[in-house]
Design a protein around this ligand. Structure first.
Ligand SMILES: CC1=C(CCC(=O)O)c2cc3nc(cc4[nH]c(cc5[nH]c(cc1n2)c(C)c5CCC(=O)O)c(CCC(=O)O)c4C)C(CCC(=O)O)=C3C
Ligand SMILES: [Fe+2]
Length: 377
């Protein structure tokens, strides 16, 4: 049998965003997400309605449980024994619950997999801060960042072949679905979609190897090229954004997907495949912002539109995640590893650089963050 050791790790923390399970959860969940973020009340009421429209329940928790089960199955298939613990930044089971579970398992060093593929404050540093702040609150964070349970993070995986391959499969299936709906695949355009972020957060994400939007553009190019090859014709594409929040005075990344569909329709485009490459599962931002709102926009514009799947629990994605765990373990053991990537960008750091992914350039967060060269930057 080949070496499939995950030494030095004795547990995996699957670390996600969290979401409400019932109507009573919605307001406290939104308070958790937006504490100190300056999001206007009107936006919170609007987003609350999205959740109430789905019975007060986000699909995200079940999707994370499905991903956890898929990871456990893939680990077992490879003969790797590693307990998987699930925790969230914004809802139960919270980070502190996950830490308690890790301790009850006797874990000393956990490898962390976050459910965000791209590097930015929201997708990377905020998780690392939440871990440090939670441990600090429990009196378990030493001055140099030493902790009772140690945590190492898997690199941002947007440019890992498994994530790319699962997205290519989803886009190709999207074209098949478009044809089945009476659309014309050869006249269609792919609109890749991701979560918008404030332009200040985009600028601060530059300290990794490329900004948040550049990471998406690089992967989108790869996915479109591979999908073109599989389909046998050239697939034109763009990148658009959804789920803008914050006050109107604050600039966020654009174009918004709805505005972009308007523009494409005005140019005569009739067929579109929406591919949410910014998200790993069909959670609320996909279910509402794309499946409800953007699909309504496309319908009003007379377009034939389909929404391609997210990577979810697709085999290439889940297998890729386990490959990434093996890679991270080899790095922790000090071995030379071949960090697989697609596109033009390098493998991102698994130990973040000082100042990596702050909310704003030149504005130290004042909050400690784990999984980086230094605790404070
Ligand atoms: C980059 C990014 C991702 C993608 C990467 C990833 O997937 O992690 C993501 C994912 C998600 N965002 C989610 C939900 C929300 N995000 C909000 C607010 C914000 N998101 C931001 C960024 C991101 N968010 C930012 C910069 C804000 C402004 C506040 C701040 O500076 O932090 C708000 C507040 C209300 C509002 O929408 O304004 C909510 C409710 C859910 C859960 C969905 C569910 O329940 O199924 C998920 C997976
Ligand atoms: Fe968000």
């Amino acid at each position: 049998m080949q070496d499939v050791s995950l030494t030095p790790y004795d547990a995996l923390l699957l670390y996600s965003f969290g979401g409400p399970n019932k109507p009573e959860d919605v307001v406290p969940f939104l308070r958790n997400v937006t504490a100190g973020k300056g999001i206007p009340d009107s936006r919170l009421e609007e987003v609350g309605e999205h959740y109430y429209g789905f019975g007060g329940k986000s699909p995200i928790n079940e999707q994370n449980l499905a991903l956890k089960a898929a990871l456990e199955a893939e680990l077992a298939r490879r003969g790797i024994e590693l307990p998987v613990v699930w925790g969230n930044r914004n809802w139960e089971p919270y980070t502190k619950d996950a830490v308690a579970e890790l301790e009850s398992l006797g874990a000393e060093r956990a490898v962390v997999l976050v459910t965000s593929a791209y590097s930015s404050y929201s997708g990377c540093r905020q998780y690392r801060e939440d871990l440090a702040v939670t441990l600090d609150g429990l009196g378990k964070l030493g001055p140099e960042g030493s902790t009772t349970v140690e945590f190492d993070k898997v690199r941002s995986y947007f440019n890992h072949p498994g994530f790319a391959r699962a997205n290519v499969d989803a886009v190709v299936e999207g074209f098949e679905a478009l044809a089945a709906k009476g659309g014309d695949p050869r006249a269609a355009r792919v609109v890749f979609v991701t979560h918008s972020i404030p332009t200040t957060m985009e600028a601060a994400s530059r300290i990794s190897h490329a900004t948040y939007s550049e990471q998406h553009l690089d992967l989108a190019g790869v996915v479109a090229a591979e999908a073109s090859q599989r389909l046998g014709f050239d697939v034109p594409w763009d990148l658009a954004y959804c789920s803008r929040s914050g006050p109107p005075s604050q600039p966020w990344l654009e174009p918004d997907v709805n505005d972009h569909l308007e523009k494409l329709a005005a140019e005569g485009l009739r067929d579109v495949v929406l591919s949410p490459i910014g998200f790993v599962s069909d959670h609320m931002e996909v279910a509402y912002d794309l499946d409800t709102e953007a699909m309504e926009t496309a319908g009003r514009l007379g377009m034939t539109a389909v929404r391609a799947g997210t990577v979810g629990t697709r085999a290439p994605f889940v297998q890729g995640l386990v490959d990434l765990l093996l890679e991270r373990a080899a790095i922790a053991r000090g071995e030379d590893v071949d960090e697989a990537t697609v596109g033009t960008l390098p493998a991102f750091r698994s130990v973040c650089a000082p100042g990596c992914c702050l909310r704003r350039d030149g504005e130290p967060s004042g909050v400690p963050a784990l999984c980086s060269v230094d605790l404070h930057s």
